[in-house]
Write a protein that binds this ligand. Structure first.
Ligand code: B12
Length: 264
């Protein structure tokens, strides 16, 4: 009979989710990443520890000290970055992330109201998250920044069918279209949108962003202009309003993103 004590069962009994678990607690990770300012830290803390009941009041309190953009970047977005880190380490699971995303939505609505008075429409931007893609946090931030810079936004939401994007662009004739894709399975919707628009004789700058795409991919189809950060949106849209077509924006992308003036 086999001597069971002499068998090393370790490799067979390992649970891979346990192997992935971090020794650090969410508190340890968060405390390294919190913003220094107490009011912004409170907002980030609400997002990370899913205190969605507090979020509206804490965002409102932060707005008495900081601009809406500072509250969004330094508080709400920082909270989501911390949640992403905790999730990536296998400590948080999808339900945590979903609740955090809801908290983020509540918070951003309050910050957006604070921007409302500053608005006047300079041009129209149609925004969407790619067909099959439920990730819309980055798109929502970009929408707030565009609105606060005076652009009218038609936000089609998330998981928007290619045909619905194309139909809206053909009906509304916006100055710019944007798309967000965080999944490798959804990014192929962008070239399909571009192709269908071209078939219908429509060309416009199509800003594409999200973790699944990079500049090389976005520039591999017509109209695609890559954006890495939400803050780049207003800068790119401004060029379209000055009459630059997508080719010219693409050619001058490096200068535009580095904040230089670009070729006139
Ligand atoms: C939050 C989140 C979710 C939330 C989304 C909630 C929401 N309302 O968005 C929920 C819980 C729903 C979710 C679900 C899933 N998720 Co998820 N999720 C994430 C997570 C943790 C964070 C994403 C995020 O919001 N980042 C922060 C935002 C701000 O980043 P962003 O959108 O890229 O935006 C930035 C830029 O791209 C840019 N930007 C974005 N849009 C625009 C637009 C314009 C105009 C401009 C200028 C700029 C711009 O600006 C922002 C920065 O300034 C990531 C992990 C990670 N580390 O990224 C996984 C992740 C994206 N998810 C992933 C997956 C696989 C899923 C699921 C399929 C999981 C599952 N097994 O069910 C499901 C989707 C199921 C489905 N098909 O419906 C994978 C994708 C892998 C891949 N490469 O395909 C990731 C990378 C996790 C991982 N490491 O595996 N998820």
């Amino acid at each position: 009979m086999a001597d069971l004590d002499s068998i090393n069962v370790e490799p067979f009994l390992k649970r891979y989710d346990i192997v992935m678990e971090s020794k650090e607690s969410p508190q340890d990770i968060a405390s390294r990443m919190y913003p220094a300012e107490p009011a912004l830290r409170k907002v980030a803390e609400d997002i990370v520890f899913l205190k969605n009941k507090n979020i509206e009041a804490d965002v409102q309190a932060a707005l008495s000290e900081f601009s809406p953009n500072e509250v969004i970047d330094g508080g709400l977005l920082r909270g989501i970055e911390i949640v992403s880190e905790i999730y990536d380490r296998g400590i948080y699971y999808l339900p945590h992330v979903m609740v955090a995303a809801d908290g983020f939505d509540k918070g951003i609505k309050v910050a957006e109201k604070a921007l409302a008075g500053e608005r006047q429409v300079k041009g129209t931007v149609v925004m969407h998250a790619a067909e099959g893609d439920p990730h819309d946090i980055g798109k929502n931030i970009a929408a707030v920044l565009l609105k606060s810079n005076g652009y009218g936004v038609i936000d089609l939401g998330r998981d928007v069918a290619v045909d619905d994007v194309v139909k809206t662009v053909l009906d509304k004739r916006p100055d710019v279209l944007t798309g967000t894709a965080l999944m490798t399975t959804t990014m192929s919707a962008f070239p399909r949108v571009a192709e269908k628009l071209q078939e219908n004789g429509m060309e416009l700058p199509f800003i594409c962003a999200g973790g699944a795409v990079n500049r090389g991919y976005v520039e591999s189809f017509p109209m695609g202009i890559y954006a890495d950060k939400a803050a780049e949106g207003p800068r790119l849209v401004a060029k379209s309003m000055e009459g630059w077509d997508w080719r010219k924006i693409r050619e001058n992308w490096d200068k535009l993103i580095r904040g230089e003036k670009g070729e006139e």
